[in-house]
Design a protein around this ligand. Structure first.
Ligand code: DSN
Length: 397
């Protein structure tokens, strides 16, 4: 590289990533092939529009890349082109979610979702997000005692609030979501059901977590978490007609395509789409199934071992790649825990726990995830060692 300043910083970051145990639940390490596609000449190309209908010339190869990425996305999640379509253009998860709301819900109307402080996501209607400003939201959380989703409460809220759309998915909820129950609630109230599977998409692809596709109208996902691809997102939409945001009856997938481009975005990042296609093929490999199962084995082992050392795990355990630890039970805030562990090479993030009384900037817990560590080959015996280190570092305070 000619730019020595940037080259030095890239090397420094490589060193940091190799030298730490990465337990950030939303991160992963991509393959060399994904990196090559990201760094390819596709970054030079403008391709506003969709395959066969572009606003620039020279898109013959780009069309092939985008079609391939879409086909691989449908194949990986075992859904047919007859019933579903995939849009691979969203730059990342936030614009993907925003595009769905723009397509399906008139501005100012009601959407229901999980609150960020209980495990949802900023784009599930938090007030500081555009999603929270442009639509009215009713938020559900988890039961105070069980720390689990309470489907009776969600059903009551849906019947009372009559949302146009129900959004489920998480950044900090460790359990399996009952998609079937949510479908029933959506049907009872005439709402669309959108599952944001960004966190657990790789687990679904690997058969280690239930698939939302039999139940959802819309599924959104980022590609860079458990799915181990580049930073990007995909929107899957059922090919069915219904009342959409414009007030007309239209196909959901067509409304979403229009909302992504030209509604929200300009030219797609074609290098990113090429890298998505690579990652989707990698996830087809039988070794990815093994990887997905190992992520959960590691997550369960690490949470169990921390619990055995006296740490309270939110909801008592995990069915996924992540879990929350209540550090405030020992008077250690999430921020302090994150800093202490970080200094010793264990990277986690501070996180609110359900019914947290502390600020999100210095909450009561930390979030731990095992997708990235599992990519580096760590297994249950390593989780035991990591549990000991976490316990020693935090107890030494
Ligand atoms: N910020 C991501 C996470 O860490 O879960 C989600 O966008």
């Amino acid at each position: 590289m000619r730019d020595k300043e940037i080259e030095r910083l890239i090397k420094l970051e490589e060193k940091r990533q190799k030298g730490a145990v990465n337990l950030i639940a939303s991160e992963n390490y991509v393959s060399k092939d994904v990196l090559s596609a990201l760094g390819s000449v596709f970054t030079n190309k403008y391709a506003e529009g969709y395959a066969g209908k572009r606003y620039y010339g020279g898109n013959e190869v780009v069309d092939k890349i985008e079609n391939l990425a879409k086909a691989r996305a449908l194949k990986l999640f075992k859904i047919s082109e007859k019933k579903w379509s995939a849009n691979v253009q969203p730059y990342s998860g936030s614009p993907a979610n925003l595009a769905v709301y723009l397509a399906l819900v008139p501005l100012g109307k009601k959407i229901m979702g999980m609150s960020l402080s209980m495990g949802g996501h900023l784009t599930h209607g938090h007030l500081v997000s555009a999603t929270g400003k442009l639509w009215k939201w009713s938020h559900f959380g988890v039961g105070k005692k069980t720390e689990l989703l309470d489907y009776d409460e969600i059903s009551k809220m849906a019947r009372r609030e009559k949302p146009k759309l129900i959004v489920a998915g998480f950044t900090a909820y460790s359990r399996i979501i009952d998609f079937k129950k949510l479908r029933k609630i959506a049907d009872e109230t005439g709402a669309f059901l959108m599952i944001d599977m960004s966190h657990f998409a790789g687990l679904v692809a690997g058969g280690a977590y239930p698939s939302p596709f039999p139940y959802a109208d819309i599924v959104t996902t980022t590609v860079h978490k458990t799915l181990r691809g580049p930073r990007s997102a995909i929107i899957f939409a059922a090919k069915r007609r219904s009342f959409i945001a414009s007030g007309e009856v239209g196909f959901l997938n067509e409304a979403i395509n229009k909302a992504v481009f030209p509604g929200l975005q300009g030219g797609p990042h074609v290098n990113q789409i090429a890298a998505v296609a690579v990652a989707l093929k990698e996830a087809e490999n039988p070794s990815f199934k093994k990887y997905a199962r190992q992520i959960i084995k590691n997550s369960r082992k690490l949470s169990t071992e921390l619990a055995r050392r006296g740490w309270r795990i939110i909801s008592g355990g995990t069915d996924s790649h992540l879990f929350l630890v209540d550090t405030w039970m020992r008077g250690i805030s999430g921020k302090t825990a994150e800093e202490l562990l970080g200094k010793k090479g264990i990277i986690v993030n501070k996180n609110t726990i359900p019914y947290d009384t502390r600020s999100p900037f210095d909450p009561s817990g930390i979030r731990i995830g095992t997708a990235a560590a599992t990519t580096t080959g760590l297994k249950e015996k390593d989780m035991l060692r990591i549990a000991d280190r976490i316990d020693d570092i935090l107890k030494a305070l």
